[in-house]
Design a protein around this ligand. Structure first.
Ligand SMILES: Cc1cc2nc3c(=O)[nH]c(=O)nc-3n(C[C@H](O)[C@H](O)[C@H](O)COP(=O)(O)OP(=O)(O)OC[C@H]3O[C@@H](n4cnc5c(N)ncnc54)[C@H](O)[C@@H]3O)c2cc1C
Length: 328
């Protein structure tokens, strides 16, 4: 059976996940071309294997060695048509933000500095500083690994919402291309509380975002982490009213009619867990949503995150949800 040239057996994933977890997968393939996709489909069909798609591994937690095939998306490409850019899923997200600005195409500034690949950006609808990638997506091309064919989704068909999309629950759809519609006029988005309100141009806005991020988020290349470990929970108005009586300083925002987003960072801080430690893992003292891990195994990290979830549930009656994907 013909296999893509970058196909490996018993592959160590340590250098492919930002937590630097030392787990192996049975098979690993870097998908570099459309032809590779068809070969991978045939291989999966014949072997009936479990599979996982990954980009740069900055939002995954490996729980153990993986029995099956890990497919690393490495499909490149960048082209511009009027105000739209069409990008291969294996490109680096932040390189695209920077390249768009160089071409005087605006909109992505507030999403500067988010690690990872373009193909992963729609999965959890990446967002930061009052912006989300779904605001710019025109269409997404995917390869259906079960059916062995390309399928295209309009923005509306992607069912985007806060840190969620259709793709999160359909892991057989491998994103191969993303088309973003940008603007040739810079309209600064400075609504987020810590952003300077006066900006001269989009490059300055990008620099402001990068500076704030470097102060608030530990660098995953030095301190292994996956960014925010939990999503901000969304609760009803009546639940919020109940909490405000006990916790008048609770940090919340109107999400949509009668639904409020509560800051998960605030909940963790209020529970006194910011900067707490367990063995080789803990919660950053820079940002209470960032769990770090200096062990090359994930056992303690997972156990500790469950303990934190329990503490938050007991104190506030809120169940936290993981933001990263768990591979096991
Ligand atoms: C320090 C730090 C800061 C961060 N800050 C932010 C932030 O501000 N906002 C934010 O939203 N996120 C943030 N993140 C999380 C992360 O950067 C994003 O989720 C990013 O999109 C992950 O990209 P990746 O290529 O590393 O994906 P991976 O970690 O490799 O994969 C993540 C998920 O996407 C799936 N996936 C990946 N590629 C594809 C594909 N081509 N087709 C189908 N499925 C795919 C995987 O199966 C997995 O479920 C941060 C992470 C770190 C480490």
């Amino acid at each position: 059976m013909k296999l893509p040239k970058n196909f490996k057996s018993n592959f160590n994933l340590k250098e492919n996940n930002s937590l630097k977890l030392n787990y192996f997968c049975e098979y690993f393939v870097s998908c570099d071309s459309k032809n590779d996709l068809f070969l991978i489909h045939d291989f999966l069909k014949e072997k009936k294997l479990k599979f996982w798609i990954m980009g740069d591994g900055t939002n995954i937690i490996l729980k153990n060695n993986l029995n099956g095939l890990v497919i690393k998306n490495n499909l490149k490409g960048f082209s511009i048509y009027k105000n739209s850019i069409i990008i291969g899923a294996g490109e680096i997200w932040d390189d695209v933000v920077s390249a768009a600005l160089d071409k005087n195409l605006y909109g992505l500034e507030n999403l500067s500095g988010i690690p990872g690949s373009v193909g992963a950006s729609p999965i959890q609808n990446i967002g930061a500083y009052g912006s989300e990638v779904s605001n710019f997506i025109n269409y997404i091309e995917t390869f259906n690994l079960e059916k062995g064919r390309f399928e295209v989704f309009s923005n509306q068909a992607c069912n985007f919402s806060y840190r969620d999309s259709l793709f999160k629950n359909n892991p057989h759809l491998m994103i191969t291309k993303v088309c973003l519609d940008l603007s040739n006029t810079f309209k600064p988005n400075t609504q987020y509380e810590s952003l300077p309100k006066e900006v001269i141009n989009a490059k300055e806005q990008r620099q402001n975002i990068l500076s704030i991020r470097s102060l608030k988020l530990p660098n995953h290349k030095i301190i292994p982490n996956v960014g925010s470990f939990f999503k901000n929970p969304v609760i009803s108005e009546s639940k919020l009213d109940e909490l405000v009586i006990k916790f008048p300083n609770i940090k919340s925002y109107l999400f949509k009619k009668n639904r409020y987003k509560v800051s998960a960072a605030w909940l963790i801080e209020e529970a006194g867990l910011k900067g707490s430690k367990k063995g080789d893992c803990g919660i950053s003292d820079l940002h209470s949503l960032v769990f770090y891990n200096f062990s090359d195994q994930s056992d303690f990290l997972v156990t500790y995150s469950l303990e934190v979830k329990d503490i938050i549930e007991e104190k506030f009656g809120i169940i936290l949800d993981y933001e990263p994907s768990i591979f096991s």
